[in-house]
Design a protein around this ligand. Structure first.
Ligand code: ZN
Ligand code: ZN
Length: 251
């Protein structure tokens, strides 16, 4: 199973990272639609697809602005059908605001599929996913995705706690994608803004033991300010590593 990291930062792009977007060609699946989504064009030219499903964790701009880039993607590739799954209020905000004619003047034929309730399961052509609520300003959802013989989870924009009910969903994973916006130095700021720091993610990894963990939604300023992430050999021993744009994870 291939996972392409098209955008691995949050909030705004940095010199080497675009905002949240991950592509799984074998599942015809995209996780979030940040600025990294424009990179789909190159992938679809190399390996054409006619349809894709996009799962949105929430509607903050760093996760949805790339939906407007689909105009270009669909103009020059074989992509014809795009279904977008997300919570009803988030999809309504995208439709009303992001695609307001004053913000984006060209109507796009995207199919919006609101998810029922706070949690549930959806069957897609090549996999199924369970979604569950995460604590974040405005709310976001995490996803556990199951495909043939592979289980992985996408958890972004939240502060994990050792007693979070969703930890049950993170058991027996081949791959955990978990946000890690801040280093331990910014624990207080993480809590205030609804984000994660390295120590908190490490505690979760020690609790649920995924085969591999990719740290995503990395603070774009960390690169600009050359800050130390606090990553050590202990994190490597737990098979945790930071995602980078352009990385292909085969799991
Ligand atoms: Zn974000
Ligand atoms: Zn957010």
């Amino acid at each position: 199973m291939r996972l392409h990291c098209l955008g691995t930062t949050g909030y705004h792009p940095s010199p080497s990272r675009q905002t949240a977007c991950y592509y799984l060609p074998d599942l015809e699946l995209v996780l979030d639609a940040g600025t990294g989504l424009h990179r789909l064009t190159e992938h679809l030219i190399r390996e054409p697809k006619e349809r894709l499903d996009i799962l949105l964790s929430h509607a903050h701009l760093d996760h949805v602005v790339g939906l407007t880039f689909l105009l270009d993607v669909m103009a020059v590739t074989s992509l014809k059908q795009v279904r977008i799954f997300g919570q009803p209020d988030k999809l309504a905000a995208v439709k009303e605001h992001l695609f307001h004619p004053l913000l984006f003047p060209v109507p796009l034929s995207l199919e919006l599929h609101p998810l029922a309730g706070d949690e549930g399961r959806v069957k897609l052509p090549h996999c199924s996913f369970d979604y569950f609520p995460l604590e974040h300003p405005g709310g976001s959802i995490g996803m556990r995705i199951e495909a043939v013989c592979k289980r992985f989870a996408y958890v972004t924009d939240t502060t994990p706690k050792s007693d979070s009910p969703f930890l049950e969903q993170l058991k027996d994973l081949d791959l955990l994608l978990h946000e890690c916006y801040f280093s331990d130095k910014y624990q207080e700021l993480s809590l205030r803004t609804g984000h994660s720091w390295l120590g908190a993610v490490t505690s979760i990894v020690e609790q649920v033991h995924p085969k591999r963990t990719l740290l995503i939604h990395v603070n774009p300023l960390a690169e600009v300010l050359a800050e130390d992430s606090g990553y050590t050999a202990d994190h490597e021993a737990l098979r945790m590593s930071f995602a980078e744009d352009g990385m292909v994870v085969d799991f």
